[in-house]
Design a protein around this ligand. Structure first.
Ligand code: NAD
Ligand code: ZN
Length: 354
């Protein structure tokens, strides 16, 4: 049994495959479990469940919830826990979460808390969840309008990733996940960033991209699993990006996570240029690439103050400095850099003027 230091953890096993039914089936046949439960949302039930079903024992049970971030909440958890209880799941039950980040975060949270925790496997089906959400052990749900407010850190038994699922994924969702891929290059590898496609980005070797992105995320998480330092670099683009995501959540300008992060990365690249050494030409490169893929998001001037307020989470905290993760150069990111509200406002203003 390996002994891990205080700051390290045994990370999940990650398996890449092109034959999901077969390899998932083979993997679970090596595990000891009493019952097997599969959690999907209504879309992954339709598009992804048929791709794995044949690899599973016939006795497996299945639960589906209505797709969408709006359902990543306690009510859906209650329904999942109720299903687990009704089916008599015990502590040796195995759960498979088949879906995007919503299914992985919430299904994982339910598994990690049911009877103080049962084993679960994540089978991520969106690019975003394959390169990001399913790796690193962060699980949870939204609560009363606060994103990912309730949750735990628990590692899945394994993450099994197949690019087969991407074939049915809507292009807008694929593009959303691609923002995290771009982020991985920006924070950790200039070489990776330089080989990412801008034109025709829809047609790439996703398998290679997923493996490179996961290796970056994994390396960072392994060094700092509980986000006391280095892991914060994964938040590049996210402080301002989350504020845009939250602000337009219930409006017709509603943004997917990656679309909001794309805006956040451009704004935070401005801040990086001002505060942490990113050169003017690198700033231009980032701007050009991100805008060419995501376009420019149009929003009224009068929304800016509230978006800036959301960055601080507390609109009453006037004058308080926030800590950002900012780039020193493409491929290198620093964290805990203090930024004040005026600077954030200016960065968002600059985005508007591109
Ligand atoms: N835990 C983490 O570290 C972490 C990191 C990043 C994001 N997240 C969370 O992940 C969530 C976003 O993830 P997401 O973008 O995967 O969202 P999602 O799970 O809602 O999936 C997006 C949409 O695609 C559909 N879908 C999924 N796979 C499909 C497929 N193969 N074919 C067709 N449709 C498919 C889903 O039903 C949904 O409608 C957010 O809740 C975010 O907070 C978590
Ligand atoms: Zn993200």
């Amino acid at each position: 049994m390996p002994i891990f230091g205080r700051n390290s953890i045994a990370l999940e096993t990650i398996i890449y495959t092109h034959k999901i039914a077969q390899d998932l089936g083979n993997y679970i046949s090596t595990l000891n479990f009493s019952k097997l439960g599969v959690i999907t949302d209504t879309n992954t039930e339709k598009f992804c469940y048929p791709l794995i079903k044949d690899g599973l024992p016939e006795s497996h049970l299945h639960f589906s919830f209505m797709a969408g971030e709006a359902n990543k909440n306690l009510d859906t958890c209650s329904a999942i826990w109720q299903w687990m209880t009704d089916e008599g799941f015990d502590r040796k039950t195995l759960i498979i979460n088949l879906g995007g980040g919503v299914t992985g975060d919430m299904g994982g949270f339910c598994a990690a808390t049911y009877k103080r925790g049962v084993n679960f496997i994540n089978v991520p089906t969106t690019l975003l969840s394959q390169v990001d959400a399913s790796v690193g052990g962060k699980l949870g749900i939204d609560f009363n309008g606060f994103k990912n407010h309730i949750g735990v850190f628990t590692q899945p038994k394994a993450v099994i990733i197949s690019d087969e699922f991407l074939e049915t994924l809507p292009e807008q969702e694929l593009r959303s996940g691609y923002a995290e891929v771009i982020k991985h290059g920006l924070i950790r590898s200039e070489g990776y960033f330089n080989c990412l496609k801008t034109e025709g980005w829809q047609n790439q070797n996703w398998r290679d991209i997923i493996e490179r992105s996961v290796s970056i995320k994994k390396e960072v998480v392994e060094k700092d699993p509980k986000e006391s330092g280095l892991r914060k670099i994964l938040n590049f683009g996210h402080t301002i990006g989350h504020a845009f995501e939250s602000f337009y959540l219930d409006s017709e300008k509603h943004l997917l996570h990656g679309e909001a992060i794309a805006i956040g990365m451009v704004c935070e690249a401005f801040l990086s240029h001002q505060k942490s050494g990113l050169s003017a030409s690198e700033l231009q490169t980032i701007q050009k690439i991100v805008i060419s893929i995501y376009g420019k998001f149009d929003f009224p001037q009068e929304d800016i103050a509230e978006i800036v307020g959301l960055c601080a989470h507390d609109k009453k905290n006037e004058g308080v400095e926030m800590k950002f993760s900012l780039l020193n150069q493409i491929g290198k990111c620093d964290f805990n850099i203090p930024v004040n509200k005026e600077e954030i406002t200016q960065a968002i203003q600059l985005y508007k003027t591109i």
